[in-house]
Design a protein around this ligand. Structure first.
Ligand code: 5GP
Ligand code: ZN
Length: 114
């Protein structure tokens, strides 16, 4: 837990938010400024800033984030219509919150990237 981190504060309840799902490794909230009809964030409970800080023996955390994205997409009803998973890393990606998170975007046709 980082005292000044928005996502740590959400998990601790200091910032009130509707937590849609949680397990021992990660939790899910809706993005406060959605850029798609369904815009969810899968967030590890442990404060990890970047993927390159995840140790080799900790990658079950990343696996669990992807597994959670798959099940939350099903609950959201966007599995068949399709969705995009995004992880922004550092400045050139536009990462704003320095606590690792996986965006789940869907519910409409998304713009082409890349
Ligand atoms: P990044 O650009 O770091 O990948 O994405 C951070 C995301 O967190 C943004 O889409 C932003 O809208 C979202 N966000 C920032 N503050 C809050 C908050 O207090 N609550 C929630 N639910 N989302 C937030
Ligand atoms: Zn944090």
């Amino acid at each position: 837990m980082e005292p000044e981190c928005i996502f740590c504060k959400i998990y601790s309840g200091e910032i009130p938010s509707d937590i849609l799902y949680s397990d021992s490794l990660c939790f899910v909230v809706r993005d406060i400024q959605p850029v798609a009809p369904s815009h969810l964030l899968v967030i590890p409970i442990r404060h990890v800033t970047f993927l390159d800080e995840v140790e080799d023996d900790e990658f079950d955390l990343v696996a669990q984030m992807f597994k959670t994205a798959v099940s939350i997409a099903a609950e959201e009803g966007i599995s068949q219509s399709g969705y995009r998973l995004v992880v922004n890393q550092r400045d050139n990606s536009g990462q704003v919150v320095p606590h690792l998170h996986l965006h789940v975007l869907g519910g409409d046709r998304l713009g082409v990237i890349g």
